[in-house]
Each structure stands twice: as C-alpha cells, then as structure tokens.
Design a protein around this ligand. Structure first.
Ligand code: ADP
Ligand code: MG
Length: 410
C-alpha cells in the first residue's frame, strides 16, 4: 500500500524541517511548498491525501490558498486541509473553516497531537493507513545519533561499543557513521588505514544507491559496517557544502542506511550547525552523552535549551551519564537536579578497560565483552533495542521512551 502523501505549505524553514522529519518518520510521503502560490500549484499537481496549511505566508496567505485549492478541486474530491494558525483566536479559526479547512492546530503544537489529527482526518477521508515496519519484515531501519556535551565525555567510545554489542550480542545488522567531519577518530579507535572510502564518497555521488553504498562501507571484524569520516579536515567542507546545497543528498544517504540495517548509529561533532541539525531531525533518538562535571552539565543544559527552542519532542532526546560512578563530587541526583531532567542511562567508569582498548585499537566490546564496562554497555544496548523495537510496533514513536527506567551501574 502506498504511503499517504502529505503536502506541507509553510514559509518557515524550521517548521518545514520539523514537519518533514516527523511526518517521514511516521511513514508519510512528504512534499513541501514555501508560499501560498506554490501550495496551490502543488496541491493540483501532486493530488496529496492531506494538506497542512500555514496562515501567514508571502504571496498568498493560507485562507486564500485554501479557497483556491477548493475551487480547483474536481467534484467528488475534497482533500483534507489542516490550518496551522498562530493563535487560538476564534475569529481566525472561523475564517479558516470558512475558506474550506477541515481542522486547525495552533502553533506551537506537539508533533504527536498533529499526527493524531492527521490520522483522524485521513481515516475519515478513507486514505490508506500508515503501515509501520515491525520485526520480521526486513530491517528495523532506526537511526540514533550520539552527541557529546563536550569533548572527551566518551561519545565515540560509547557509540562504537554499543554498535558492536547490538551486532554481536543482539544479532542486529548495524552500521556506524563517523559524522565527526573534521576530526573523526574512528579509524584510530578501530585501527584502520586512511585509504578507505568515506562519507565524502557517499554524499557526493549523485546516483547513490544501496549497491554503491555497500561498496563504500568498511566491514569491521565485529560485523559492524562503517561509513568513515573524511580522511582529512579539508574534505570535511565538501560534505558540509554538499548538505547545504542539496539537503536531499544526506537524506537519501540516511534513507539507504535505514533500508539496509536494523540500526544506524552516528557519532557526531559538537557544533550545532546545519549538518548536525539535519542529523538530529532525521534521527529516531538522540543520545546526549554527559559526564558528572560542571562544564559538561552546563553544556548539556544549553543544548537541551536549544532543542526546546527548535521544538524537538523532548522524549526524542535521552541522557546518558558516562563514567557515572567516577568520583567527581557530583552524583546522579545532583546532575538530575542541575538539568531538571532524569538521567536515562548510566555507563560505569572503568579507566583501565577503556584505555587498554584505545591503545590496542580493539574495542573492549570485541575483546572483553564480559568485563565490567562491556556488561554496562551491553545493558545499555539492550535498553536501546527494547525502546526502538517497542516504537516500531506501537504507533507514536517516542512515547515508549518516557519514564524509561535509568540503568543502574553494576
Ligand atoms: N566509561 C568509561 N570509563 C573510563 N574511561 C572512559 C569511559 N568512556 C570513555 N573513556 C575514556 O575517555 C576518553 C575520551 O573518550 P572518547 O570516546 O574519545 O570521547 P569523545 O568522543 O566524547 O571525545 C578516552 O580515553 C576513553 O578511553
Ligand atoms: Mg569523539
């Protein structure tokens, strides 16, 4: 069954980005128009199953655009239209409904509320329901980003070892992207040479498909497929520039990864730039890695603030306290009260295990999976897997995440 087509008509690039990611994640085919005129054109040309229509837009406002869409419809067809209004003003709502809208939602809205309204309207209009992937029907196709509050908190260590745990212990198919474009150090961690293909090759190929992508990933002995960072900082610009000029190139790459693997994990750099926001948008879950020290807590607080202002669903971001039992004078309860949020997971501190692994180029999850650090990361990987499998079978992704019990150190 084809995915229902949703047309988003909104001039605000932030709203476009968030709606695009939310709707895609729910399995809809999404098209975007940036003003009222373009909205009317695309409504006619694409015959969407549903339209989300902003009110205040250049060229033609949402009321006029809605009226024109209605006027152009052949008899018997009536595409459901949801107005995105700026305020809960009764007069505005009435105007929208008069122009021919079926429903309205006030900005800022919660993505889950919007999805619920969309589903209600689509089921009334008889469009196909969204079928979500469940286990047993091909790869799970989940994307998880790992973002460190500051350098050295253990993001790369965590993402590599989690990938290996998912692959070896949970028998999932796993890929790992080193998206630390300038200073990706996965080659060092995994003892690989500089002569391997990288994300530069993948993102610059205009005709990238699964066959080509399979040739660009490097299979690690643990079974994890790696898409490495550019071999030098200069080439990082090529990737960032490509994403800027053609955001679809990155979306296409991530989409292909999702098709082939149960999990694609991404190690990120710390800049909050367009490239990284794009990764956040497309991911199912974002793991913020922190340690219990003042500067890491301060940074993560400001990142959480930015995510709030970009209106990311709070349950999409999970906090991982690394080296949780290291003595820093700040305990879990202190950290939680400083952040005003629950710590979702804890990974124990084991200096020796981590450093031996780094020096030998063999991750502890490959060499000593049953050591204390290996067990701690395996427990984390199991939780991650349980959350994402649950979100693939239940409808709104992310709801299973809330109130997730924190892992206790072992
Ligand atoms: N749980 C841990 N216990 C002990 N040492 C750790 C742990 N996690 C990471 N480390 C060490 O911390 C250092 C920084 O880790 P790294 O993964 O490079 O951090 P980041 O990617 O956030 O910069 C490395 O020396 C690593 O071995
Ligand atoms: Mg790193």
């Amino acid at each position: 069954m084809a995915a229902p087509k949703v047309l988003v008509v909104d001039d605000d690039p932030n709203v476009q980005r968030i709606l695009l990611a939310t709707l895609k994640q729910e399995g809809y085919e999404v098209h975007v128009a940036s003003d009222g005129e373009e909205g009317v054109e695309k409504a006619t040309a694409l015959t969407p199953d549903l339209i989300l229509m902003d009110v205040a837009m250049p060229k033609l406002d949402g009321y006029a655009a809605t009226a024109l869409v209605r006027a152009a419809e052949p008899t018997g067809r009536r595409v459901p239209i949801i107005m995105l209004t700026a305020e809960a003003d009764v007069e505005q709502r009435v105007r929208g409904l008069r122009a021919g809208a079926d429903d309205d939602i006030v900005k800022p809205f919660h993505p889950l509320e919007l999805i619920a309204r969309i589903k209600a309207l689509l089921s009334r209009s008889g469009a196909a329901p969204v079928v979500r992937a469940t286990r047993g029907e091909g790869p799970l196709g989940k994307l998880c980003c790992f973002y460190g509050a500051k350098g050295g908190v253990g993001t790369t260590t965590l993402v590599i070892n989690t990938a290996i745990a998912l692959s070896q212990r949970l028998k999932r198919s796993v890929s790992l992207i080193d998206a630390n474009l300038q200073f990706g150090d996965m080659r060092v961690f995994l003892d690989l040479g500089l002569d391997t293909a990288s994300i530069v090759n993948a993102i610059t190929k205009p005709d990238l498909d699964s066959d080509l992508l399979r040739k660009l990933v490097v299979r690690h002995s643990s079974g994890v497929d790696l898409l490495l960072a550019p071999p030098n900082p200069e080439s990082a610009d090529i990737v960032a520039e490509r994403q800027r000029t053609d955001p679809n190139a990155l979306s296409n790459l991530l989409g292909l990864m999702r098709q082939q693997y149960d999990y694609t994990l991404v190690d990120m750099a710390r800049t909050l730039d367009d490239f990284n926001l794009h990764l956040f948008d497309e991911s199912d879950l974002i793991f913020l890695v922190v340690t219990a020290d003042l500067s890491s807590l301060k940074n993560v607080r400001s990142v959480l603030g930015t995510m709030d202002s970009l209106r990311y669903e709070r349950s999409k971001t999970l906090l991982v306290l690394n080296r949780s039992n290291a003595f820093t004078g700040i305990n879990v309860a202190n950290a939680e009260s400083a952040l005003g949020r629950k710590i979702d997971f804890e990974i124990i501190n084991e200096y020796r295990g981590a450093i031996d692994a780094l020096n030998s180029g063999a991750p502890f999850m490959a060499n000593r999976p049953d050591g204390p650090l290996g067990q701690s990361v395996t427990a984390f990987a199991r939780q991650l897997d349980a959350i994402l499998i649950a979100s693939a079978v239940s409808i709104p992704s992310g709801t299973a995440v809330r109130g997730n019990p924190a892992l206790t150190s072992q």
